[in-house]
Write a protein that binds this ligand. Structure first.
Ligand code: LRH
Ligand code: MN
Ligand code: MN
Length: 401
């Protein structure tokens, strides 16, 4: 722990370095593409509009940070021809030295999903959704990716218009069939979200529903916590503590928010919350750290996309490093004796400590730039891709893809 003047000891530095050595964070392909809101999209000259450009951007982020060598793929956006796009992805992996990360099936864009995908009252449409999920499992296996990360947008907009209970049964059936297809090293992550696009009921609205569905699907199914998918005031770190306790935490989609699922950059609104989440993870002694997939899920509508990604990776490292400073033995004593102020101050001391010099030194010890954002600016990469891509991008301001 830092001393009373906030000075960091040699021991602290070693603890933070050891923690940083094992921390990796996955970047989302869609964070490099032009995005916006339902009201409009503002195009950026540097935005990636092809899967090759997304791989190139991911490689740039990883070259500067050294901790983000996998990129999450969204099947419909990144493999629009499905399984036949696998060789192309493999080629890009070789070219750019970036591996495919989690595979995200898309159950929300096809017109036939208007009334739901795996919860649709039509058996035929549920069957189509299942076959997309099975394709996604196969894609994941071919790309040596561990996680198929499922977000089910299904729900309804008006009371009485759908049978909530029947839809639970539909979901259970499809999730069990998807789980049965998983290879020995594959997992299925079940993501929850309280609302949007559905505004009355969402079929997987919270962690309780996700947990129970995951349990019923089988042992390779775990819960995915997207930090933006909670109602205001929800204690997210408590959910994380419970999932750790139940050995059911599969991973995170990190982002920040002020109001709803805003997909702002991590720690931009509430860095203390991210610190508290990392504290729960670092104080857990039962979970294998590598079983937790740390992933970013952000939409960079206004910020430069490569810049936002580098900024987020660096922020994640800094908040994680702060959590690694917490003196667990001391905190446990203070909690036991209910020394409230001392316990809270021990916790806050770690949060308020400026860990940036330690993180910079760690980067340098790994031959990485001390400040990846400055290095990005100096590299001229964004100017280069802006020039190369601008003519093309002006012509196409499309969806996430
Ligand atoms: C849904 C979500 C989900 C999708 C991503 C693009 O809001 O968080 O993870 O796959 O956004
Ligand atoms: Mn998400
Ligand atoms: Mn989301």
């Amino acid at each position: 722990m830092p001393d009373l003047n906030g000075a960091v000891t040699e021991q602290d530095q070693q603890r933070v370095w050891a923690a940083l050595d094992k921390f990796r964070i996955e970047i989302p392909s869609w964070g490099f593409a032009n995005t916006g809101t339902r009201f409009g999209k503002f195009s950026q000259p540097a935005a990636a509009s092809t899967i090759e450009e997304k791989f190139a951007d991911a490689a740039q982020v990883n070259a500067l940070t050294g901790v983000s060598s996998t990129m999450a793929l969204h099947v419909l956006w990144d493999l629009p021809s499905g399984k036949s796009d696998i060789p192309k992805i493999q080629q890009l992996e070789r070219t750019y030295g970036i591996r495919s990360g989690s595979i995200n099936p898309n159950l929300f864009q096809d017109q036939e999903y208007k009334y739901g995908s795996i919860c649709n009252p039509s058996a035929e449409i549920r069957g189509n959704a299942l076959s997309h999920l099975l394709d996604s499992v196969e894609i994941g296996r071919a790309l040596n990716s561990r996680d198929v990360s499922m977000w089910v947008s299904d729900g309804s907009n008006y009371p009485g218009t759908q049978s909530i209970r029947r839809r639970i049964e539909y979901m259970e059936e499809v999730l069990a069939a998807t789980h049965a297809a998983l290879g020995p090293d594959q997992r299925m992550l079940v993501e929850y979200k309280p609302f949007e696009p559905a505004f009355y009921h969402t079929d997987i609205a919270d962690w309780g529903m996700a947990l129970e569905l995951a349990r019923r699907a089988g042992p390779k199914a775990k819960v995915l916590v997207d930090t933006g998918h909670h109602l205001q005031g929800t204690n997210i770190e408590q959910i994380v503590a419970w999932l750790l306790h139940l050995n059911a935490l599969g991973g995170f989609h990190f982002n920040d928010r002020k109001f709803a699922d805003d997909d702002l950059t991590l720690g931009s609104i509430d860095p203390y919350q991210v610190f508290r989440i990392f504290h729960e993870i670092l104080s857990d002694t039962t979970t294998n750290f590598n079983d937790i997939a740390f992933m970013i899920d952000q939409s960079h509508n206004l910020k430069g996309k490569v810049e936002a990604m580098v900024q987020t990776v660096a922020t994640a490292q800094e908040l994680y490093a702060k959590a690694a400073l917490v003196d667990h033995a001391k905190l446990a004593e203070l909690q036991k004796s209910c020394s409230l102020v001392e316990a809270e101050e021990t916790f806050r001391e770690a949060f308020w400590t400026d860990v940036r010099p330690i993180v910079r030194a760690w980067r340098q010890s790994h031959n990485l730039p001390a400040n990846p954002l400055t290095a990005l600016a100096e590299s001229g990469y964004v100017e280069k891709i802006s020039q190369e891509r601008s003519a093309k991008n002006a012509a196409s301001v499309s969806s996430y893809a």
